[in-house]
Design a protein around this ligand. Structure first.
Ligand SMILES: Nc1ncnc2c1ncn2[C@@H]1O[C@H](COP(=O)(O)OP(=O)(O)OP(=O)(O)O)[C@@H](O)[C@H]1O
Ligand SMILES: CC(=O)N[C@H]1[C@@H]2OC[C@@H](O2)[C@@H](O)[C@@H]1O[C@H](C)C(=O)O
Length: 367
């Protein structure tokens, strides 16, 4: 039987659980066989979002939400098994990221819920989970982890290239044949744009960036937001909803001299994402020859146009050009991380996370 793994990722956007069936083989092959996304039912979404900031009775709520997450993830695995006429015994392991509810590398922890033991019980497949804590224990940020996978799969012997994942947050992987890999979170991706449109319309996100396109960028708001020290910090660095949250935006808006129409704020939030990514490329990827986008942000046409213009003359494309579907990159990466764990191979990239060495990542829950 082929080396089949399942990778499961639900990211900071809280849009649902991505489940990917992947065939992995050495030295550099990760073939996506099938994938599905299980959207969060509204109450599950509300519970998970609430757990991303401090509140009462958190331990019980996290325990319950983790089990709900595992049941949805198991339904996704079941869907892929049925569609591909596979049995649980055909799958080597599931790599399950879980849902980040708190990320505090400065305090030495990052918390992902997702009841991995229950997931193993429901699927009858071995589950590898808790990928971030060993890197944190070794002094790393515990994130981003996907650059190690990008390096394994997409490093070119002759061309320097940069990959940018634009999910809730944005992270870069800079691959240069002459240099060690560089990777870090540049800052918010879609998270603040999603928050703003959800507050002002009944839409989960700004499809194609069309609402942002209808507004005007406020130079004053953009400067205020860009003055945040996170953007000037050197890597290793990672961030999340604990730092770039609605109150962060509200604080900036309260310091403006004028009241802005909501579409101008959306336009400025999109510009913040585009500029902080392009500045990160300019600062850290001087030799790069091309930039490839993945994550849901690859569907935001206006964001891509702004990035193309800011990065000019560097060519911009999605990772489709490299043979990886931009929607499933992270889920495929967690299938790879499960494989690395079973093979007793390191999953982190110390240059990226700042850990004191390479470490085998993940905790194993046998079938
Ligand atoms: N058609 C579209 N137009 C604009 N934006 C879109 C579109 N489709 C998806 N998105 C954006 O992509 C986001 C989801 O992206 P993705 O699934 O990569 O994030 P994630 O994996 O949850 O986050 P992270 O990578 O930070 O963990 C949505 O919340 C939305 O903002
Ligand atoms: C703590 C956490 O869940 N971080 C996510 C988030 O989403 C994007 C960015 O911030 C990245 O650091 C990370 O996810 C991907 C999968 C990573 O570790 O590479």
């Amino acid at each position: 039987m082929a080396n089949l793994y399942v990778g499961i990722m639900s990211g900071t956007s809280l849009d649902g659980i991505d489940v990917a069936l992947v065939e992995l083989s050495a030295p550099q092959q990760a073939k996506l066989i099938d994938a599905c996304c299980i959207p969060f039912p509204e109450p599950v979404y509300a519970d998970l979002l609430a757990l991303c900031s401090p509140g009462a009775d958190e331990i019980r709520r996290a325990g319950m939400a983790g089990q709900n997450w595992a049941r949805l993830a198991a339904a996704g695995v079941q869907q892929l098994l049925e569609r591909n006429a596979l049995l649980p015994t055909d799958i080597m392991a599931i790599g399950s990221h879980g849902q980040t509810i708190r990320h505090h590398p400065e305090l030495g922890f990052s918390s992902q819920i997702g009841a991995p033991a229950l997931l193993a019980e429901l699927t009858s497949i071995s589950v590898i989970a808790d990928f971030r804590s060993r890197d944190l224990a070794a002094g790393g940020e515990g994130a981003p982890l996907v650059p190690a996978f990008h390096e394994w799969l997409l490093r070119s012997p002759d061309e320097a290239r940069t990959l940018v994942n634009i999910g809730g947050f944005a992270n870069l992987t800079i691959l240069d044949p002459e240099q060690p890999v560089v990777g870090f979170d540049s800052g918010p991706g879609n998270v603040l744009m999603d928050y703003w449109i959800q507050l002002h319309g009944s839409k989960p996100y700004d499809a194609g960036g069309n609402w942002a396109r209808s507004g005007e960028v406020s130079a004053e708001l953009l400067d205020l937001m860009q003055s945040d020290p996170y953007f000037r910090r050197q890597g290793p660095k990672s961030t999340g909803r604990e730092y770039f949250h609605p109150a962060w935006l509200r604080h900036k808006l309260d310091n403006l001299t004028a009241v802005l129409p909501p579409q101008d704020i959306q336009a400025t939030l999109l510009e913040l994402t585009a500029q902080t990514i392009s500045q990160a490329v300019a600062r850290s990827a001087a030799t790069t020859k091309s930039v490839f986008i993945c994550g849901g942000g690859a569907r935001n046409q206006f964001l891509l146009e702004r990035l193309e213009s800011l990065l000019d003359p560097l060519p911009l494309a999605t990772t489709t050009q490299l043979g990886v579907d931009p929607d499933w990159m992270e889920a495929i990466a967690f299938a790879w991380l499960a494989w690395r764990c079973l093979e007793r191979q390191p999953g982190n990239q110390p240059e990226v996370t700042g850990a004191c060495g390479a470490r085998i990542l993940g905790a194993h829950y046998p079938a």
